[in-house]
Design a binder for this molecule. Structure first.
Ligand SMILES: NC(=O)c1ccc[n+]([C@@H]2O[C@H](COP(=O)([O-])OP(=O)(O)OC[C@H]3O[C@@H](n4cnc5c(N)ncnc54)[C@H](OP(=O)(O)O)[C@@H]3O)[C@@H](O)[C@H]2O)c1
Length: 511
């Protein structure tokens, strides 16, 4: 039988006991995952001491509290909480949610050092979910948020006397490695990077080299050209060291930075695979934005894409967002129960409940064919063509071959002062662009393992397994993809309606 974590009887929740009265700082709550983590904590751990949200101001809302009330608290993610206990929700926001206007990429989060130290003294742990998830981000921006900002997270943890940190990373730090991918430090698949005897990789020289290259590009270009050059630089460097894109490369660098900076302290690196809509909580299908697989589904639904590079037999690793939020909360609890250790967990489905890309496509196609009218924001009419995944070489040959005569025709039309855009050419360009960004993810070549996360879940006991489910074996792919995810995309990502602000606007609190 699995060893129980110390502390409590099997029938009680270790999570609820450990988090009672605790103060937690969370970054990234204006994003998809951060919102679900926040909602889950408010709904399931009401006795938590306080939740501090580090939010940067934007042009409309320079103040974190104002941005929180106008962009986060009114999200449909809180619909369930409001329906169940609207006054309780408002009261929680008023008394336990504290918003800090700050920028995680700046030293001391861009606030004064004394405020920074004071805040660190107030909180008990950090969940860092902020990131740029743009696969082709400009290298300087990706490096700042996904890697270098972790110096500030580590400084915060030190200032608080060794605060446990849960760092949200990604399974795709595995880059161009292939095969079985375990919950361990990942070795680069490309150019060598020195490894420390402590297990992580030494990245200081590499990050300063990257900064020199960024400075060089900045000195030679400006405006849009500069942006493009910084995107190209990111992809080039990522490919050189063994990653397909700048996002995953800089997230891997971030893991190394934190493992070194928090040596001997509590650090949990939590790597989700591709996060998709909620399986059950706060509502089946809840999702925000159109990302990765959804961008391709949407392009297909709008009849822009029918051919895509992909490996039908490859295991596509998708994980519902509520399972990821629960795994973050379990990791946080474990850090309180057994502090002073570094751990890596993967929250994924590939090893325990695999689904191939081919099956994934077939489920969605079948639903689109038989039930398209139920998803009126997604499908404007019944799709007439199949979605075909072919190997990269064939894709390049077909798309490249079709593009040549079409672009000649397009140029001729322009010469004849015909301002008509060729629809087929436009669709080919959309397909090519999506394939460039996401092609790596539709030709999956590894299986992500989550044995350690499952062991943690087992150690936590049966009540926490029910309250904070992380087990991907509970997903019935046909139901999830066809009835939950497509409905969620249709309702939340494409038909998002903001909740009434009447209630939440009552709550005002200075940052
Ligand atoms: N989505 C996925 O499929 C997926 C898969 C695996 C891992 N992950 C990881 O999960 C975490 C959350 O991802 P997500 O899908 O929730 O992303 P998201 O919706 O794009 O949200 C990103 C969050 O990070 C913040 N952020 C971005 N750039 C920032 C900057 N320069 N300074 C301060 N804050 C910044 C954003 O704040 P603003 O609103 O102020 O920009 C936002 O709150 C990330 O760490 C990501 O790497 C995501």
């Amino acid at each position: 039988m699995a060893k129980q974590l110390p502390g409590t009887a099997e029938s009680s929740s270790r999570v609820l006991e450990q988090l009672r009265g605790k103060q937690v700082l969370i970054t990234g709550t204006s994003g998809f995952l951060g919102k679900v983590v926040l909602e889950k904590l408010i709904r399931t751990v009401p006795d938590i001491g306080g939740i501090h949200l580090l939010i940067r101001g934007n042009a409309r809302h320079p103040n974190a509290r104002e941005r929180f009330m106008n962009e986060i608290a009114c999200s449909s993610v809180f619909e369930r909480l409001k329906l169940e206990d609207s006054d309780g929700f408002d009261y929680f926001l008023d008394t336990k949610v504290h918003c800090v206007t700050g920028e995680v990429t700046e030293p001391f989060f861009g606030i004064t050092q004394s405020k920074f130290d004071h805040l660190a003294g107030q909180v008990d742990a950090v969940i860092n979910s902020a990131a740029s998830v743009n696969f082709r981000e400009e290298l300087d921006k990706a490096l700042a948020i996904n890697t270098l900002s972790l110096h500030n997270i580590a400084a915060f943890a030190h200032s608080g006397g060794g605060l446990p940190v849960v760092q949200v990373s990604t399974c795709y730090v595995n880059g161009m490695n292939s095969g079985q991918a375990y919950e361990a430090v990942v070795s680069p698949a490309g150019a060598e990077i020195p490894r420390s005897p402590d297990g992580f990789f030494e990245i200081e020289e590499l990050t300063s080299l990257l900064q020199d290259k960024i400075a060089d590009v900045r000195s030679r270009y400006a405006g849009k050209q500069l942006e493009k050059k910084l995107v190209d630089l990111g992809i080039r460097e990522a490919n050189h060291y063994g990653w397909s894109d700048t996002y995953t490369f800089t997230k891997w660098l971030g893991e190394q930075l934190l493992m070194k900076a928090l040596r001997g302290q509590s650090l949990t690196i939590l790597r989700p695979s591709i996060i998709e809509s909620a399986l059950a909580e706060p509502a089946p299908g809840w999702i925000e934005g159109v990302k990765v697989a959804d961008a391709i589904i949407l392009a297909y639904a709008r009849e822009k894409v029918t051919l895509f590079p992909g490996k039908r037999s490859g295991i596509i690793d998708v994980i519902p967002v509520d399972l990821v939020a629960s795994s973050i909360i379990l990791s946080l609890t474990e850090a309180f129960l057994e502090p002073g250790r570094q751990r890596i967990y993967q929250c994924c489905s590939g090893s325990s409940n695999p689904i191939s890309l081919g099956e994934f496509i077939d489920h969605l196609m079948e639903e689109a064919r038989s039930n398209y009218a139920a998803y009126n924001h997604l499908f404007y009419r019944q799709p007439t063509k199949p979605f075909i995944a072919v190997n990269r070489r064939l894709f390049d040959a077909v798309i490249g071959g079709a593009r040549i005569p079409l672009s000649i025709a397009d140029r001729l039309l322009k010469l004849m002062s015909q301002n008509r855009e060729l629809k087929l050419l436009r669709n080919i360009d959309i397909t090519r662009s999506l394939a460039t960004i996401f092609g790596f993810y539709t030709a999956p070549d590894y299986i992500f393992h989550n044995d350690r996360l499952m062991a943690l879940c087992e150690r936590m006991g049966s009540l926490d397994q029910t309250l904070f489910p992380v087990d991907a074996r509970q997903i019935d792919w046909a139901t999830y993809l066809r009835k939950v995810h497509l409905a969620g995309l249709n309702r939340y990502a494409l038909g998002e309606r903001k909740l009434s602000r009447l209630k939440t606007n009552k709550v005002r609190k200075a940052a």
